[in-house]
Design a binder for this molecule. Structure first.
Ligand SMILES: [Zn+2]
Length: 369
């Protein structure tokens, strides 16, 4: 590895402090683990870097349909749940706050999906990783997500509205700055979904575009020799139907949750319900940091090779709304299904909504490593 820090002062805030903290990071993390961290003793702690990618408005079924070889490969060679569950309201900002704090919406209290001045009060993965001395990069396509992280709180902070420009920023930073946690938010395919409809050709084309961008970021990690020590988590904030998303239905609420990287099981369907808050807890777990602040999330420990997961089959989810043929109000919302499933005593939504299938359906063209 022959990487040099970027010289620009605006890129690296409190460089001296961070340099000291970084050198002490393993010690700090070890001290944290000696405390009451639930991560102690769990597998996966030998990895110390995370790339967390959020694809705005990405429906899980789009990954199978679109020309998305990178995501398909990440699924085939990683652990996956196609029925991850987001939070209501099924919109961008509240769910991203849950994603990076590990707190449910009712806990962090932000229901609005607009540009809010200031910064979220709850501790984020960026706060916790930065405080422990880890290098943090924050890359977003939408200005309202600036609410997640202040510019001077991380080593690299970038906002640009273009998917490819943002990916290029990530690639440049990976080659220049020591980053242990990279968060990337792509504003597509949400934009195309609103303009042209979810699952439309234009929407799927944007899925493909984001897929290529992710491929370039992964290539950069590989070039720098970092891929082998990086756990990739790829998820979304919500899905969508017709030209929007806000309902309590499968189309809007199911999100993909992909984990791939060192120690992560290949070809594993995650049986327990994964929720958007679990992203934060899992990031903290990988970094070896306490997960208590992510109080509504849990590390997705069952993704690690060592975890002995009971046999389960991937659910066969039917996404419900076909625009122009079925009025949305005729669709049975999850608001009805959820309480029903709880009354049944079902362990989770994953199982209560699922019909067993013969096994995991592999994306076309995907190969196992
Ligand atoms: Zn949207």
């Amino acid at each position: 590895m022959n990487r040099q820090r970027m010289a620009e002062g605006d890129l690296i805030s409190n460089a001296r402090l961070r340099s000291f903290l970084r050198s002490a990071a393993p010690f700090i993390a070890a001290m944290a683990l000696l405390g009451a961290s639930p991560a102690r003793g769990q597998p996966g702690l030998e990895q110390r870097r995370v790339l967390l990618i959020s694809c705005d408005g990405l429906r899980p079924d789009a990954i199978e349909i679109a020309d998305a070889p990178v995501m398909q490969r990440l699924i085939a060679t990683g652990s996956y749940q196609a029925t991850g569950l987001n939070e209501m309201p099924s919109v961008t900002l509240p769910n991203h706050i849950s994603m990076v704090t590990g707190q449910a919406v009712r806990q962090h209290g932000v229901y609005a999906n607009s540009t809010i001045p200031g910064r979220v009060a709850a501790p984020t993965i960026f706060d916790l990783a930065g405080d422990a001395g880890f290098g943090v990069g924050f890359f977003i396509n939408k200005g309202k997500l600036a609410y997640l992280c202040e510019e001077d709180a991380v080593d690299v902070w970038r906002l640009t509205g273009d998917v490819d420009t943002l990916a290029a920023e990530v690639v440049a930073a990976v080659g220049a700055v020591e980053l242990d946690l990279i968060f990337v938010h792509f504003g597509e395919p949400d934009g195309a979904g609103h303009r042209h409809g979810w699952m439309s050709e234009a929407y799927l084309a944007q899925v493909s575009r984001v897929d290529s961008a992710i491929g370039r970021m992964i290539e950069a990690l590989e070039t720098e020799g970092l891929l082998d020590e990086t756990v990739i988590i790829l998820t979304a904030d919500h899905g969508g139907h017709c030209n929007t998303h806000f309902l309590d239905i499968a189309d809007d609420r199911f999100i993909p949750f992909i984990m791939n990287g060192p120690g992560i099981a290949a070809g594993r369907d995650l049986c327990r319900q994964v929720r958007v808050m679990d992203a934060a807890a899992t990031v903290l777990h990988v970094l070896g940091l306490p997960t208590e602040s992510a109080s509504d999330g849990r590390p997705v420990s069952e993704a690690w090779v060592e975890y002995l997961q009971p046999e389960c089959t991937a659910p066969d989810v039917t996404f419900t709304i076909i625009c122009g043929t079925l009025p949305p109000l005729l669709v049975v919302p999850l608001a009805v299904v959820l309480p029903w499933s709880r009354r049944r005593g079902a362990k989770d939504l994953h199982s209560s909504l699922s019909r067993p299938t013969a096994g995991r359906r592999r994306p076309q063209g995907a190969t196992l490593q």
